[in-house]
Ligand binder design. Structure first.
Ligand SMILES: Cc1cc2nc3c(=O)[nH]c(=O)nc-3n(C[C@H](O)[C@H](O)[C@H](O)COP(=O)(O)OP(=O)(O)OC[C@H]3O[C@@H](n4cnc5c(N)ncnc54)[C@H](O)[C@@H]3O)c2cc1C
Length: 447
């Protein structure tokens, strides 16, 4: 009978989150782990796998260290490996940040099981993970680092439209840009950072045609600009009633007091999760409905060079920005027609190609993931608040259907949005990775 190998720590996922746990386990605890990921080069994940040097980080290099205890780590890496002149205020191309993560991953050298996990169930104190290739992996502790999923399907867009080769459901899919003629008109659904990435990729590929964006509010992210760093958040948990309205009022009071809005937004970063956790569910829903999008356009800002390009395109009319809610996308001869509503007015916009730029999905209950589906069906995990990520403690312990948090099943990164407000950017993920690595390394697990 073959001997079953039991692994201590298995991480499912192959992006930044998995790489940073592996790195922290090795450097701080001299521990190794196994990573299950279908990619041949773990660490890049969705964000840093872009081949385009025009896709810049939306945080300056000084804010992108992988080590929460050494804020200069990434800048030092840049100076040692890319350019000795690297300014901490630079917005570095994302694929270069991917190489940084990849180097940390390689330094940790975890075991890489190149496959997709399709199920994970616990029996007799051990997890059995089933792989798409048919093998199974046994583990004492499991981390879900599954990250982002394919964008949600837009309502009013029949699946047949994909066969035209003119509707691109996934803006990151290989081959989107190759099929678009240099002078063809393109419509982008959405005006967030995904749309910004796509505009850069199109122009980089020699695209000259007009680009039209359609989104509910027509709001692009704001731009980064130099500002003073505040010593403390403009308001803190406990000092303000836990309602969305009170938070908004406290923020506006600070702005009226003369604090620059970027400084005010950035000052809030360390207290956003405690503020969020203090809100009753009804207030969280209120915040999401009325304030979230406005907050996001200010919090996730564009690098100044990118913002300059977007502004110049808008002035030249080569980029048109429309407000509208999409009703349908239909074929119109050999083109596509986007049907949208702006108030009472109907918009019909025709184009050769339409790209869905609504961004990756974080709704784990709807993700096309056999792993999540089977774990949700079994009640091993449950969806997070408002359909985002998974229900977990702030430290990532996943709750089961009976409301019991697991001591040996954790989530990191986007999956923690089921509990936290901020959990997808590197400043949060690096801290989570360091803390979770300590927990995993010190865990007493039943053999
Ligand atoms: C386009 C974009 C730009 C960003 N820019 C910045 C930035 O400038 N600054 C910043 O701080 N943050 C940025 N972020 C946010 C942040 O860095 C990412 O959220 C972060 O990289 C998440 O990494 P992850 O490993 O959790 O998820 P992902 O990158 O999504 O990786 C998850 C991996 O898990 C794999 N996986 C999923 N399910 C399974 C399974 N069942 N079995 C095996 N493998 C599985 C997937 O194939 C994928 O490779 C950006 C995010 C995006 C999407």
């Amino acid at each position: 009978m073959p001997v079953r190998t039991i692994r201590d720590i298995v991480i499912i996922g192959g992006g930044a989150s998995a790489a940073l746990i592996a790195w922290n386990l090795k450097r701080l605890h001299q521990r190794s782990c196994a990573i299950i990921a279908p990619t041949d080069r773990p660490a890049f994940g969705l964000a840093y796998a872009t081949p385009s040097l025009k896709n810049l980080l939306n945080v300056a290099a000084s804010g992108m260290s992988a080590d929460p205890d050494d804020p200069g780590h990434f800048v030092a890496w840049m100076r040692g490996n890319v350019s000795a002149e690297t300014d901490p205020a630079t917005f570095v191309p994302r694929p270069i940040f991917g190489l940084y993560l990849r180097q940390l991953y390689c330094a940790a050298a975890p075991e890489h099981i190149r496959d997709t996990a399709i199920a994970c169930a616990k029996a007799d104190g051990l997890y059995t993970i089933t792989l798409a290739g048919g093998e199974t992996v046994t583990a004492r502790q499991v981390v879900l680092a599954c990250g982002h999923f394919d964008p949600a399907r837009l309502p009013g867009v029949p699946p047949e439209i994909d066969a035209t080769g003119r509707y691109h459901h996934d803006a990151w899919a290989d081959g989107v840009f190759a099929g678009i003629g240099a002078d063809e008109e393109v419509v982008l659904i959405g005006t967030g950072l995904t749309a910004v990435d796509v505009i850069m990729r199109l122009r980089e590929n020699g695209h000259r045609g007009r680009i039209t964006t359609v989104s509910r509010r027509g709001l692009f992210p704001e731009r980064h600009a130099p500002h003073a760093t505040l010593a403390a958040p403009v308001f803190a948990p406990g000092a303000t009633p836990a309602t969305a309205r009170a938070y908004l009022r406290a923020f506006h009071t600070a702005l009226r007091g003369g604090i620059e809005w970027r400084a005010a937004v950035d000052s809030m970063r360390p207290v956003l999760n405690p503020l969020w956790l203090a809100l009753p569910d009804v207030e969280k829903r209120r915040f999401r409905r009325h304030l979230q999008r406005r907050w996001e356009t200010r919090r996730h800002r564009m690098a100044p060079d990118i913002a300059d390009i977007i502004d110049a395109e808008r002035r030249a009319g080569t980029l048109r920005v429309l407000d509208g809610r999409i009703d349908a996308i239909v074929t119109a001869g050999d083109r596509l027609r986007v049907v949208a509503r702006a108030g009472d007015a109907r918009l019909d916009i025709e184009a050769a190609h339409v790209i869905n730029c609504t961004g990756p999905s974080l709704d784990y209950a709807k993700a096309a993931s056999p792993l999540l589906r089977t774990m949700l069906e079994a009640g091993t995990i449950v969806p997070g608040f408002g359909g985002a990520g998974l229900r977990c403690t702030p430290a990532g312990a996943l709750f089961d259907r009976n409301g019991v948090p697991a001591h040996d099943l954790h989530a990191i990164g986007p999956a923690r949005l089921g509990a936290l407000f901020e959990s997808i950017a590197i400043p949060e993920i690096r801290q989570q990775a360091r803390d979770l690595a300590a927990l995993l390394a010190n865990a007493r697990t039943a053999p």
